[in-house]
Design a binder for this molecule. Structure first.
Ligand code: PLP
Length: 414
């Protein structure tokens, strides 16, 4: 940090790149391998962010690189909305193999927000109803449809209203709401039911993150997730699950809601799906994805390089049992974090390698993240005072220990 090449890239960046981006750390990415990242001046960092939950198979995964290189010789773009091609179909088949039974159709796109948009439009089209209920603290993306459901930070919504017909209801963030988890779950379910009752004749869907990501890695009680499913059945609303951040084995299961033994009607994934290549996938049961030709499509969905990378990434995650590793190493990290004796830590929570540490305030959190970065560990903030740990799912115990030592060391001065 702070040496010549990084400084000059940041200075050039400030001149030409939109100031709307949110760089929390001064790191200038040069290259990555496995769980490590190097900056433009050759400094190595252990990456506990997976570049925001994307590099689950490790940075520059060899199998993913091989698949991209192979595909590159044959073709890059096939206009999948207009022509047929083998690779995107194979990717859809591979993805459906990972999903719980019952899902039958995939809509391909290029990002998390686009996969949310597709889910939103599908819910509106299939039900022919108007309203969607989403949760306080939700993050579903930044384009206007997704943003209508996002309610994570005020700056993301300021000046962008009017939004689409979406109402928000509390998500069981027991720590913040100062309630016991079960009490919080029942309270939030009753608030949800009030909204569903009011909208019952025109309610298309309830959209939720199975584990809230950007708002602080908030894990809902099982009773809540099951309760949402029950209410959706009762009020004839679709249940949409946004697995963009929590999906692809990060929580130990392919879809995070599998931890709660709940099945959604529409599910969407992105981030880790193609080893770092841009991709989004919205998946639904056959009878739900019944929209006609022309009702939704795009230019780059089904991109050959992204789909080839996606097949390799899904294959790698399955063969290397990254879900099991996420569970094993994640439990170890949570145990070690819980044993740290520090007044600055208020709560450690998470599932698998989706771990949130609630600090006593935002200032301590930010100081910790900056100090860790100076010592060569990448961490990201979430919510008001949380730092998150979402490393590549190939993280081993030795690497976990290295990161934990840095966190412990930094906490001594906070
Ligand atoms: N949904 C969730 C749960 C996310 O965490 C994100 C991004 O962080 C998105 C949607 C939006 O994804 P993208 O930034 O690729 O549009």
């Amino acid at each position: 940090m702070g040496t010549k090449r990084s400084d000059s890239i940041r200075a050039r960046d400030a001149k030409v790149v939109s100031p709307s981006l949110t760089r929390e750390l001064p790191v200038v990415f040069e290259r990555g391998s496995g769980c490590d990242v190097w900056d433009a001046d050759g400094k190595r960092y252990l990456d506990f962010t997976a570049c925001v939950a994307v590099a689950s198979v490790g940075h520059s995964n060899k199998e993913v690189r091989k698949a991209i290189t192979r595909q590159l010789q044959k073709g890059i773009h096939c206009a999948f909305s207009d022509f047929y091609a083998d690779v995107p179909v194979s990717f859809c088949e591979k993805l459906l193999e990972q999903m719980p039974k019952g899902f039958g159709k995939v809509f391909l796109s290029n990002s998390g927000t686009e996969s949310t948009e597709a889910a939103y439009k599908l819910a509106r089209w299939h039900t022919n109803k108007t309203w969607v209920i989403a949760f306080e603290g939700a993050f579903h993306g930044r384009t206007m449809g997704s943003l209508s459901m996002t309610k994570s930070k005020p700056v993301q919504r300021d000046r962008y209203s009017p939004f689409l017909p979406v109402v928000h209801t509390p998500f069981p963030y027991a720590y913040k709401m100062r309630m016991e988890p079960e009490e919080c779950s029942q309270y939030c379910l009753s608030k949800l039911e009030d909204k569903m009752r009011a909208l019952r004749n025109d309610l298309a869907a309830v959209f939720m993150e199975p584990v809230q990501g950007e708002s602080g890695y908030v894990v809902p009680p099982t009773s809540f997730v099951k309760g949402v499913r029950r209410l959706c059945d009762e009020y004839h609303a679709l249940l949409g699950m946004d697995d963009v951040q929590a999906g692809c084995w990060r929580t130990g299961k392919f879809l995070a809601e599998e931890n709660f033994k709940v099945n959604a009607d529409v599910v969407w994934l992105s981030k880790a799906l193609a080893g770092g290549m841009p991709i989004g996938a919205t998946v639904a049961r056959n009878e739900i994805m019944d929209w006609p030709p022309g009702s939704h499509a795009n230019t780059f969905g089904g991109n050959l390089l992204s789909c080839a990378a996606g097949i390799a990434a899904l294959d790698f995650m399955e063969k290397k049992r990254l879900g099991d590793n996420a569970q094993k190493v994640g439990s170890y990290i949570m145990k070690m974090l819980s044993e740290i004796d520090s007044d600055a830590i208020c709560e450690v929570r998470g599932i698998g390698l989706m771990i949130g540490v609630e600090m006593k305030d935002r200032k301590s959190r930010d100081r910790l993240i900056q100090a860790a970065c100076r010592k060569g560990l990448l961490l990201l903030p979430a919510g008001d005072a949380v730092f998150r740990i979402c490393p590549p799912l190939v993280l081993n115990k030795k690497q976990a220990d290295e990161g934990l030592e840095i966190i412990k060391d930094c906490l001594k001065n906070i």
